[in-house]
Structure formats: structure tokens, C-alpha cells
Ligand binder design. Structure first.
Ligand SMILES: [Ca+2]
Ligand SMILES: [Ca+2]
Ligand SMILES: [Ca+2]
Length: 212
């Protein structure tokens, strides 16, 4: 930190720059040694790939936590055509440490869908793609599985029962247990997928899940 370059007026400039940003909170009213903290995760974007309109061409998608917008860039093979695919501001900031996104075709209609898990209330939300927008519904609340974002779980997505609908598989370090969250297309049916048995803790840093 270059202390010599800091002048008190610089903090006034910083405060005025961020006065409309609700993610930045000034905790002291005086200028020098002004302390800032982020009330939530900083504004940002998260990008996804998938065939969100089911035409066989991979599209791009991004979520912006600044206003909750989702934008779909549909590929025609030559270029991406961007259009708003809905707004999820009602879910709060989905890029904080309490939420994680997943993609998959959770209803098996050929269009990639978007899902997220909410650690604060153990809810699994799925936004089914119509091809142009995402229709969100609560697929499951699983408090017995708890907060799978606690560092002691690993969530995988795949079609574990082969019915064309993407499912979840959750590994827990406690007991080395796997649990399937099988998608019905509108909900998740949770069932034990058996213990790993004898492999040790797969999240100990000495094991790696292979992505294909
Ligand atoms: Ca497409
Ligand atoms: Ca789908
Ligand atoms: Ca399935």
C-alpha cells in the first residue's frame, strides 16, 4: 500500500463514486482511514454454456448479480444473438458463498436448464428453459442433506438413472456417503446411492473428480 499517495480528499471521491452501490458500506463518517466493507459479494457476472434453446447449437448465458438479469446469447452458428431470459433479483445475490449454480437438462426436453442451490435454506431451485426464458420452481428442500456448500460435500450433475433428465449426486465426507437427487422433471427424489467404502475422504485434497 502506498501510504504516501493517499490524501484525505481521495476518500471523498471514493465515497461519492460508490454512493449508489448498495454492496459498499462506509462504516465511518470521517474521511481519513475510512473503512469500507462489502455487505454482500461484489457485483459480478457468471457465464454458462449449454444448448439453452435446444437447436443443437451451444449457446452462451450469463447471470448478473447487480440486477438479477439473465441474458441468453443464442448461437445461430455464426453469431450470438443476445436477449433477456428473465430476472431472478427476488432470489437475492446468487454469486455469494451461500449459492451455487448448476446446468443440465433437468426435465429432459433437450433444452439446457439452469439450477442453483441455496445453502441458507437447503433449497434446490431449477429454472427450466423454454428456449427464451427460464421458468423457476422449487424442486426440493432437503434439510437432512443440509448445506452442501459447507466444504464437506461435493455436488455432481449427470443423468444417473439414464432417463434423459439430469440428476444430482451429492457426496458427503461424513461416512463417505453418496446421495442421488433424481429429477422427475419438476422435483428431486432423494435416495441413498451407497457408501464409497474404503476409498477414504474424496475431498481430502488427495483425490480429484475427473470432468468429461
Ligand atoms: Ca442453441
Ligand atoms: Ca430442459
Ligand atoms: Ca435422470
Amino acid at each position: 500500500m502506498n501510504n504516501g499517495a493517499i490524501h484525505p480528499s481521495a476518500f471523498v471521491d471514493v465515497q461519492s463514486h460508490y454512493e449508489a452501490n448498495t454492496n459498499v458500506v462506509f462504516v465511518r463518517s470521517d474521511n481519513f482511514f475510512q473503512l469500507m466493507k462489502r455487505a454482500n459479494a461484489p457485483a459480478g457476472h457468471k457465464c454458462f454454456s449449454g444448448d439453452f434453446n435446444g437447436d443443437g447449437k451451444t449457446d452462451s448465458l450469463f447471470y448478473y448479480n447487480g440486477n438479477g438479469d439473465i441474458w441468453l446469447g443464442a448461437s445461430n452458428g455464426q453469431q450470438l444473438t443476445w436477449a433477456n431470459a428473465g430476472n431472478v433479483v427476488g432470489f437475492d445475490n446468487l454469486l455469494d458463498a451461500s449459492h451455487t449454480f448448476y446446468t443440465g437438462d433437468f426435465n429432459g426436453d433437450g433444452k439446457t436448464d439452469l439450477a442453483f442451490f441455496s445453502g441458507g435454506d437447503s433449497k434446490w431451485w431449477v429454472g427450466l428453459s423454454t428456449g427464451t426464458i427460464f421458468t423457476w420452481s422449487l424442486f426440493s428442500t432437503n434439510t437432512s442433506l443440509g448445506n452442501v456448500l459447507d466444504g464437506k460435500h461435493s455436488v455432481r450433475v449427470g443423468d444417473y438413472d439414464g432417463d434423459g433428465k439430469t440428476d444430482f449426486a451429492v457426496y458427503a465426507t461424513s461416512g463417505g456417503v453418496w446421495t442421488f437427487g433424481i429429477s422427475t422433471g419438476s422435483s428431486l427424489t432423494w435416495k441413498a446411492a451407497g457408501p464409497v467404502g474404503g476409498f477414504g475422504d474424496l475431498l481430502d485434497g488427495s483425490h480429484q473428480f475427473l470432468e468429461w
